[in-house]
Design a protein around this ligand. Structure first.
Ligand SMILES: C[S@@+](CC[C@H](N)C(=O)[O-])C[C@H]1O[C@@H](n2cnc3c(N)ncnc32)[C@H](O)[C@@H]1O
Length: 248
């Protein structure tokens, strides 16, 4: 299975839960309006923090990398002249197009990180991504996406991206085991719906990159880290949200 196929399958099985995996929302239990409200609240909070940091200075174009069904699209397309949602899963993109059909300044495009390299440099005031980089299997790929985000920013634009900086080994092992079991049983012919619904397995990758590596990647391409929000870890996942800009 490729990553695209994994996410297409998740989009068919339980799209909203695969985007926001709250245990009580599994198996289609998200109310669509409640789900979309979580996106609006998150976008408003991150944009307010960006404003406090003085960025972005323009509000023309926003890119939502790994947009899923467009949970963040309403708030981002209200705040920016145009919104582009990019997602590796054509199935997610199809659902996003249906869900936001009346928003004329929204475009949804299928494709993974490779598409980032084909977009013109300095073309977005905002690059935004939540809960996506953690699902990319290779660390070097994640840092290459981070460099692309900086390249895509207009001068004094803002990139906001979330990414864990550490996952405790026992927790990582659990994610890896769930994925390995899912893929193994699927190869043996087990239906995906049974694996998801009855066995509660998932093909989702869970990854992290140490903060120092992320900051170095930003600096490699002339980006400036304005702030890093740190969720303290202890025994749990240490999550980070980076606020990045580039000069003229
Ligand atoms: C957990 S969902 C988050 C969706 C959205 N960012 C949100 O917060 O509502 C992760 C999304 O990232 C997409 N994705 C995973 N890897 C990707 C990649 N390499 N390039 C683009 N999209 C990717 C998946 O298809 C999925 O829709």
């Amino acid at each position: 299975m490729t990553l695209e196929q994994d996410w297409d399958e998740l989009a068919r099985l339980d799209p909203l839960w695969s985007i926001l995996s709250f245990p009580d929302k599994r198996l289609g239990r998200w109310d669509e309006q409640e789900f979309l409200a979580t996106g609006r609240a998150q976008v408003e909070r991150h944009l307010a923090h960006g404003r406090a940091l003085g960025h972005p200075q323009g509000h023309g174009a926003a890119l939502d990398f790994g947009c899923g069904v467009g949970r963040l699209a309403p708030a981002l397309s209200d705040a920016f002249g145009s919104y582009c949602g990019l997602d590796i899963s054509e199935e997610m993109v199809a659902q996003a197009r249906r869900l936001h059909a009346t928003r004329s300044n929204c475009t949804f495009v299928g494709g993974g990180g490779a598409v980032l390299d084909r977009l013109p440099e300095r073309s977005f005031d905002l690059v935004f991504t939540l809960y996506v980089l953690q699902h990319v299997p290779r660390r070097t790929t994640i840092t290459s996406y981070v460099r692309s985000f900086v390249r895509l920013l207009r001068p004094e634009g803002l990139a906001v991206f979330q990414l864990p900086e550490h996952i405790p080994p026992a927790e990582k092992l659990l994610y890896d085991a769930r994925r390995a079991a899912y893929l193994g049983l699927q190869r043996a012919g087990a239906p995906s719906a049974f694996l998801h619904r009855a066995l509660r397995l998932s093909p989702m990758v869970m990854n992290f990159v140490p903060e120092a590596e992320v900051v170095a990647a930003v600096g490699d391409v002339g980006g400036v880290v304005l702030d890093v929000e740190r969720v303290p870890g202890g025994m749990a996942i240490r999550d980070r949200t980076y606020y990045v800009t580039r000069g003229g």
